[in-house]
Design a protein around this ligand. Structure first.
Ligand SMILES: [Zn+2]
Ligand SMILES: [Zn+2]
Length: 283
């Protein structure tokens, strides 16, 4: 499996020279089976615009959304490779249930944020063959990948994390996460032994009060989960849009030192970075 970081910021894009090395787009990660085309996209933040330049013509594949906050969906109508007549896109999102226990239509839920007067078109205005469906927790096969969807504590809407495997290599993707002692053990177990854990790293320990308020993790939480899951590598992801490159990189170096004796290799997820998981797989 190959992984491409298309957008690594949380909350809102961070344009400007001081953010250029790490990258300013919001959350989006592309996955491919080895040397095959990119067919599985995790979240549709503004980073999804990068995918258009990475595919040959129209996109044919699936989008797997962790939740529906702006920084994970706002790139969707700007995904040119998906918004064309010959595109085939299947959008999966955590299933939403209304107060009466009725499952809500996925496209209608998405349209709450993407439709006039908030935006010129709704999901049905995208060109090509688009399908929207709700996903429950558990095991699914999507684009030939084994996907385990699991509930993640966050704030303001149902949020999933995903463990994704191609049979040889595996990643876990948890971009938005407010860890707690009740749910940590099960999440660590679901992520056990992954090659790369891509995790919420928006805040630092002195910012704990804000992290709690907004439903996010600190980098120490991320390391704790990676270590207890036995993840080989931890990708610091969903960086604060206020954090310039120097600061993000220094956070990465400090955490890498702290992680060395925990058996976890820490790195900063940067836009445009490609990881060939087969090449770095634990023997
Ligand atoms: Zn987010
Ligand atoms: Zn969120």
């Amino acid at each position: 499996m190959r992984l491409l970081f298309c957008g690594v910021r949380g909350s809102t894009p961070a344009p400007g020279a001081e953010f250029a090395r790490v990258g300013g787009h919001t959350s989006c990660v592309a996955l491919a089976h080895d040397d095959q085309p990119w067919t599985l996209l995790l979240d549709a933040g503004t980073g999804i615009r990068r995918v258009t330049g990475m595919v040959d013509g129209a996109f044919r594949g699936s989008l797997l959304l962790t939740h529906l906050h702006w920084d994970h969906v706002q790139g969707l109508p700007f995904f040119a490779a998906g918004d064309r007549d010959d595109a085939h896109v299947h959008v999966h999102m955590p299933e939403q249930v209304d107060a009466d226990g009725q499952v809500r239509d996925a496209a209608e839920v998405l349209a709450l944020a993407m439709s006039p007067p908030h935006f010129p078109i709704g999901p049905d205005g995208l060109r090509g063959d688009w399908t929207f469906s709700g996903l429950g927790p558990g095991t699914h096969v999507i684009e030939g990948f084994d996907v385990v969807a699991f509930e993640v504590p966050h704030k303001g809407g149902r949020t999933f994390g995903y463990r994704i495997s191609d049979g040889d290599t595996s990643i876990a993707y948890i971009p938005d996460h407010l860890p707690n002692e009740a749910t940590n053990p099960a999440i660590a177990q679901t992520c056990a032994g992954v090659d790369v854990l891509v995790h919420d790293s928006q805040f630092l320990e002195p910012e704990r009060a804000v992290a709690d308020l907004y439903g996010h993790a600190t980098v120490d939480d991320a390391l704790e989960l990676a270590a207890s899951a036995g993840a080989r590598r931890l990708a610091l992801f969903h960086h604060s849009p206020a954090r310039a490159d120097d600061d993000v990189e220094s956070i990465g170096r400090n955490l890498a030192r702290a992680a060395a004796d925990r058996g976890v290799e820490v790195f900063v997820a940067c836009e445009e970075d490609v990881i060939d998981l087969a090449a770095t797989h634990r023997a």
